[in-house]
Design a protein around this ligand. Structure first.
Ligand code: F6P
Length: 373
């Protein structure tokens, strides 16, 4: 019998997280008479028993706000938790039982965990230990295969298109070549769909390895046709034909520890070496993509995910994740969809990639957008 539930948000923030929190809390209180608490800073809050009570007043007016009112952490895997003693010795320990003991102490009967692959892999592991748990998928990258859509992606796309519209004015006014790097990890959704709507001339995505000379050919072609500016959208995971993905850093204690970033800078320098008569500039949109007022779709799907997660836990479903499929929200077992960090990109938990021969890429190519291939 569930009387009190806990919510936490893990992984990177995005717009729509507050809509999920809002949906869970309102449904829990209004329709089921439950108590709700929100653990702060992801699993870290569960480990330290650091939470706030969530009532209707606490979640009032948060739906449109970006980020998460509960704060987030993209570290803190409680099944492999970093401990440092006074002498500075670091060990990794399974502290999941501490979290379960905290839940018991506070009378929290079930959890709704909102996050990406790393966060949801831990949710699966808590479910294996018998904790009533429902996952809610979150990503701005649109790379989770088990759900057709999540919240966060649409707002990120809007942010990218808005930035490209602005960058366009400078590129045009100064006859410049401007390289714009966007996020997306190892998938090119943000670059592709943002780049098309933002009138990019070249789009480089991980799914289509690029040849820098082909990129330069396209720019020269535009120049000789009288279009003396170009916008090149580069996904942070873009790979050259003869090279590797550009890793910025490795983050200790993160379930998904590779951080990308900087390939746009490399691309802009390579273009500048090959085109001397035009100025080349580089902009990395970075976290600007992730923040801001949530788009309508992200609010709606966040709310629907939250309410469905709550209804699922109340109907006795455990160890599942809500997802969006053919216009409906339903559930799927966490066992079937998470674990990318454990098993590699090609497993059942692997990423959802852009189809390099699919309709969207073809439309882009048909109107002359180059992919460097
Ligand atoms: O997964 C969301 C995302 O924003 C990626 O697009 C990006 O590669 C990564 O998170 C950045 O992570 P961090 O917030 O740790 O820098």
């Amino acid at each position: 019998m569930i009387k009190k539930i806990g919510i936490l948000t893990g992984g990177g923030d995005c717009s729509g997280l507050n809509a999920v929190i809002n949906g869970i809390t309102k449904a829990a209180i209004t329709s089921y008479g439950l108590e709700v608490v929100g653990y702060l800073r992801g699993y870290n809050g569960l480990y330290h028993n650091d939470f706030i009570p969530l009532d209707l007043k606490a979640v009032s007016g948060i739906m449109h706000e970006g980020g998460t009112m509960l704060k987030a952490s993209n570290k803190d895997n409680l099944f492999n938790y970093r401990m440092e003693d006074e002498a500075g010795n670091v060990t990794y320990q399974d502290v999941s039982d501490v979290a379960i003991a905290n839940m018991k102490k506070e009378g929290v009967d079930g959890l709704i965990i909102i996050g990406g692959d790393g966060t949801l892999t831990s949710a699966r592991d808590f479910a294996r230990k018998g904790v009533p748990i429902i996952g809610v998928p979150k990503t701005i990258d649109n790379d989770l295969p088990a759900t057709e859509m999540t919240f966060g992606y649409t707002t990120a796309l809007e942010n990218i298109v808005d930035a490209l519209d602005k960058i366009h004015t400078t590129a045009f006014s100064h006859d410049r070549i401007i390289v714009v790097e966007v996020m997306g990890r190892h998938t090119g959704w943000l670059a592709l769909e943002g780049g098309i709507a933002g009138s990019a001339d070249v789009i480089l995505i991980p799914e289509i390895p690029y040849d820098i000379d082909k990129v330069v050919d396209k720019i020269k072609n535009r120049i000789s046709g009288g279009r003396e500016f170009s916008i090149i959208v580069v996904s942070e995971g873009a790979v050259p034909k003869d090279g590797d993905v550009h890793v910025r850093e490795l983050i200790e204690d993160s379930a998904d520890n590779v951080r990308l970033g900087g390939v746009g800078d490399v691309v802009s320098r390579q273009i500048a070496e090959r085109i001397k008569d035009y100025e080349v500039r580089y902009t990395n949109l970075s976290y600007i993509q992730r923040g801001g007022i949530a788009a309508q779709f992200d609010r709606e799907i966040g709310l629907r995910f939250g309410v469905h997660a709550l209804e699922s836990i109340m109907s006795g479903e455990h160890g599942v994740m809500v997802r969006y499929s053919a216009g409906q929200v339903d559930t799927i077992s966490l066992e079937d969809v998470v674990g990318r960090g454990e098993t590699g990109e090609t497993s059942k938990g692997g990423a959802k990639y852009v189809d390099a021969k699919g309709q969207v890429v073809n439309v882009a190519k048909t109107i002359g957008i180059a992919f460097g291939d």
